[in-house]
Ligand binder design. Structure first.
Ligand SMILES: Cc1cc2nc3c(=O)[nH]c(=O)nc-3n(C[C@H](O)[C@H](O)[C@H](O)COP(=O)(O)OP(=O)(O)OC[C@H]3O[C@@H](n4cnc5c(N)ncnc54)[C@H](O)[C@@H]3O)c2cc1C
Length: 493
């Protein structure tokens, strides 16, 4: 079955919702698709139907999402929830998978707003049951009201470590410790950017307030932490770490870690958009102009998927992409787009002032990739260890795509989502080359596992059945990047 829409928005987080509502304001027919059943994205997950009796424990930022989600729901915009996008063809057919049934949606414009993922950093014991990402812990609270019942230790660096610990104490969870892995040198590198960060809003005040509340609740906060190890046989029993030269151990049934977030680029890579390494954010970002236009005609990108700037900026970049879609479909003139977008661009510029400070404070030091023990799994799907990756490099592999051929790292169900960036960082360390020169891990459709029965049951559009479509538009084929229709970017960032 093939549906049609003028503009498809992939992702119902702050970026996707703002983009969709902006596009709809100009009378454009818009459809929003998301893997999650309800709109909200990561930060506002399940905000409209929280299982918690009182969501105030999650903090004021979560409550802000209620207004955004309600406005979207009242707008009457078509929302296809609980549906994965697994492929996009060169002529902008979007392949959907819902309840094991595949279908196509033909779109004139596509806004990719697929958000971010937590940066995977392997360490000893990170695959033991009871060890998980802090973001995953937060998803359990927001969508199911599930919290660790016998205590938790949080470890890592970045605002989410503090936020999750703070949310847990407000929900009555025993937080046994917070292990702050921020290297001391990062404070010195971040300090010159502090004045600009203070002008960006109340971000730093919020962080200090959380630290204060944690200390008042007598949660031990260990600073200068290095070399964490999760210990246990069938499940985690304790976490061991080094702090200011001393080795310490804390018994815990749950360890949650977080090492910052990076754009979710599986889709933008597979569709053929070029990506640049952002040394400050330590991640690849799709090449796009301020309006979200990419080099692929009719495909735009918004929110954390194009770079990590937080929820507010995600919403604003969604709005800019929405205005651009309305312009490109002839519903707004260039002058109208510019006039409507000017206040949003101004707000974004102000909001971005905090980023240089945060990016330096929470930078992952290069030597961490050297510290990954040989026995630690790097590719969890194919059980490829750091030792295997290093052996592949000694045998001649120079980046993630060769390591994949040598070891199968990245060939499992997650298609390298978890190990691609780690292997690239390890390759940079092992070869001594800047990571920007290491080739980007290749991403291919289908992005989600799809079984052959589902593919066989897929009704193809008439043109494809009659053989008019090119081979690289056939479902299941690698169309991304094969013949990208490159467009000139108006004002690339
Ligand atoms: C796990 C996690 C937790 C976070 N928690 C917080 C927090 O508490 N506070 C905070 O300030 N920031 C948080 N962040 C950062 C936050 O995600 C962003 O600031 C903000 O949500 C970005 O908005 P967005 O619209 O760009 O993306 P998101 O809100 O991430 O929305 C992207 C949406 O795209 C959908 N999607 C992705 N791929 C597909 C696909 N193939 N098919 C269909 N749908 C797809 C996802 O289901 C998701 O709903 C978190 C980030 C992560 C990764």
């Amino acid at each position: 079955m093939t549906g049609r829409t003028e503009c498809a928005v992939i992702g119902a987080g702050p970026a996707g919702l703002a983009a969709a509502m902006t596009v709809a304001e100009s009378g454009v027919d818009v459809t929003v698709i998301d893997s999650a059943p309800e709109p909200g994205g990561q930060i506002y997950k399940a905000v409209g139907r929280s299982p918690l009796p009182d969501t105030s424990a999650l903090g004021p930022d979560y409550a802000l999402g209620r207004k955004l989600v309600a406005a979207f729901q009242e707008s009457g915009i078509r929302h296809i929830g609980a549906t994965d996008v697994w492929m996009i063809t060169d002529d902008r057919k979007i392949a959907l998978l819902r309840n094991d049934q595949a279908s196509f949606l033909q779109a004139e414009r596509i806004i990719i707003a697929t958000g971010a993922q937590e940066r995977p950093v392997p360490f000893e014991g990170w695959t033991l049951p009871g060890v998980m990402n802090a973001g995953a812990g937060q998803i359990l609270v927001k969508s199911s009201g599930v919290v660790p019942s016998e205590g938790v230790v949080l470890a890592g660096l970045g605002p989410l470590v503090l936020l999750v610990a703070w949310q847990y104490i407000r929900l009555g969870v025993e937080v046994r410790a917070v292990l702050d892995l921020t290297p001391a040198a990062n404070y010195l590198r971040a300090a010159p950017h502090l004045p600009a960060a203070l002008l960006a809003g109340n971000y730093l005040a919020k962080g200090l307030r959380m630290q204060w509340d944690l200390r008042r609740a007598r949660v031990p906060i260990h600073t200068g932490v290095r070399l964490i190890r999760a210990l246990g046989t069938d499940a985690i029993e304790a976490v061991e770490f080094v702090t200011w030269g001393r080795t310490r151990r804390i018994e815990t049934p749950v360890l949650m870690t977080h090492f910052g977030v990076i754009p979710e680029t599986a889709m933008t890579r597979a569709v053929g958009i070029r990506h640049d390494w952002d040394a400050s954010q330590q991640c690849w970002r799709p090449k796009a102009d301020i309006w979200g236009n990419t080099e692929i005609n009719g495909v735009l990108v918004a929110g954390d998927a194009r770079g990590i700037f937080g929820a507010k900026s995600a919403e604003w970049s969604g709005r800019l992409a929405g205005l651009e879609v309305a312009r490109s479909l002839g519903r707004l003139s260039r002058e109208e787009r510019d006039a409507k977008g000017a206040p949003t661009q101004k707000a974004m510029t102000r909001d971005h002032r905090v980023r240089p400070f945060l990016e330096r404070l929470y930078a992952v030091p290069d030597h961490w990739w050297k510290d990954v023990p040989d026995a630690a799994a790097v590719c969890r799907c194919e059980e490829v260890t750091a030792g295997d990756v290093r052996a592949a490099m000694r045998a001649g592999a120079v980046g993630p795509n060769q390591v994949k051929a040598f070891t199968r790292a990245g060939m499992g169900p997650c298609q390298g989502r978890q190990c691609g960036a780690t292997v690239a960082s390890m390759a940079a360390q092992e070869t001594g080359r800047p990571i920007g020169e290491i080739d980007l891990p290749r991403s291919r459709f289908p992005l989600k596992p799809i079984d052959l029965g589902t593919l066989a049951a897929l009704e193809l559009p008439a043109a494809e059945l009659s053989g008019e479509a090119s081979a690289d538009q056939a479902p299941g084929m690698d169309v991304g990047g094969s013949k990208p229709q490159r467009a000139l970017l108006e004002d690339a960032e």
